[in-house]
Each structure stands twice: as structure tokens, then as C-alpha cells.
Design a protein around this ligand. Sequence first.
Ligand SMILES: [Zn+2]
Length: 77
Amino acid sequence: MENKEFHISLKCFFCGSDLNIVSKKECKSGDVLKCQECGELNDYDSLKDMAIEEGKAAFASYAKGEISNMLKDIFKK
Ligand SMILES: [Zn+2]
């Protein structure tokens, strides 16, 4: 399986807009990120947890695609 990057965006809990994060390195546990759209404050820890869950789901569906491609190859032969 080739290496594939998954781009996970952090979304505002309140309005669902993408949060523009200038530098992810500056975000740390306990930070709050202000949404540019609605001005609500999002808890970074919760956003990060959600992004990790999304990443897992994206990877799972990618892996499923790889497996079904492999099976197709097998049946061709
Ligand atoms: Zn918002």
C-alpha cells in the first residue's frame, strides 16, 4: 500500500465552517480556536479528537477500496 496523506480539516462545532489555522504548531492542549464565521470559541482538544476520528474513518474507507481492488485483480486471473 502506498503512503497516502489524509487532509483533515478542523471544523467549527457551531456552524461547521473550516477553521483557518495559521500555524498548527501554535495550537496546544487547552487552547480555544475562534471561528472566523460565527465567532464562537472551539475547544482545541475536542476538535483534535474529532479530526483523529475522521482520519480513522478516511483511512478505513481507503483501505476497503484497496482490498476490493486486490480482489478484482485476483478474479481477473
Ligand atoms: Zn463557526
